[in-house]
Design a protein around this ligand. Structure first.
Ligand SMILES: O=P(O)(O)OC[C@@H](O)[C@@H](O)c1c[nH]c2ccccc12
Length: 259
């Protein structure tokens, strides 16, 4: 089994446990009167510059523990102060030491649109995302059939959530575009080998229709990387590890953005 398969096995266990604690109907009731979501897409589309989705990520299967001194709210506040357009919060616990509670806490403290970054395979996780205060949910083409992608994208829209649909393997592009999502993420990291290559986003950009907003994900480290991707047509970057490793996250984020 590769890492992605292992993650999906654990994810399905987590969903079963969560459903037993709080039913789908309870979550539906809890989100019924929430105010509308923030516009994640508009925040990324703004201006001519490449926009930043800054990620709150404590650990990962490829890097292990990334940051000892981890305070999700402090980190997200630094990102906001430094000019990030949106925040991504890892909520997977077994492999990324994430939590929906981090997302909830960040929502209470920060005004930017938030992405729930997890391995979403079930509508229940979309309800959880909405309830915790997310504005957008990540869907991963490698984890879902073409039908499931469409269905989850639709179900997200019905509860007011936008989706960022990510792929690594070019073979999934048609299925991603067929969902109608305006936000397409190109993961530069092969989730099966963990190898990252920025040129993957550059190559994929040339075959993605101009009416979709392309997010370049993973392995972005410097302002030069951001400019390089921007030239290729990438409108936003999703950056975690290289920022999470810095002593002064706010300064590092400004440097990444060239501000
Ligand atoms: O930490 P990096 O290399 O800057 O990457 C961030 C983000 O792209 C990465 O965390 C990611 C992209 N797609 C994912 C899917 C699941 C978990 C994590 C990810």
């Amino acid at each position: 089994m590769n890492v992605l398969d292992k993650i999906l096995v654990e994810t399905r266990k987590t969903i079963a446990v969560d459903k037993a604690l709080r039913s789908e109907a309870e979550l539906e009731a809890a989100i019924a009167d929430l105010p509308p979501c923030r516009d994640f897409h508009a925040a990324l589309a703004a201006g001519d510059a490449v926009q930043l989705i800054a990620e709150v990520k404590r650990a990962s299967p490829s890097a292990g523990l990334i940051r000892e001194d981890f305070d999700a709210v402090k980190i997200a506040s630094c990102y906001e102060q430094a000019g990030a357009a949106c925040i991504s919060v890892l909520t997977d616990a077994p492999f990324f030491q994430g939590s929906l509670d981090y997302l909830r806490a960040v929502r209470a403290a920060v005004n930017l649109p938030i992405l729930r970054k997890d391995f979403i395979v079930d509508r229940y996780q979309l309800l959880q995302a909405r309830e915790a205060g997310a504005d957008c949910a990540l869907l991963i083409a490698e984890c879902l059939s073409a039908n499931e992608l469409c269905e989850l994208h639709q179900q997200a829209a019905e509860i007011g959530l936008q989706t960022l649909i990510e792929l690594f393997e070019p073979q999934y592009l048609d299925a991603v575009l067929a969902t109608g999502t305006p936000l397409v993420g190109i993961n530069n990291r092969d989730l099966k080998t963990f190898h990252t290559d920025l040129e993957h986003s550059v190559r994929m950009c040339s075959v993605i229709p101009r009416d979709r907003l392309v997010v370049g994900e993973s392995g972005v480290r410097t302002h030069a990387d951001v400019l390089h991707l921007g030239k290729a047509g990438v409108k936003a970057v999703l950056v975690g590890e290289s920022l999470m490793r810095q002593d002064d996250i706010e300064v590092a984020t400004r440097q990444l953005l060239g501000k």
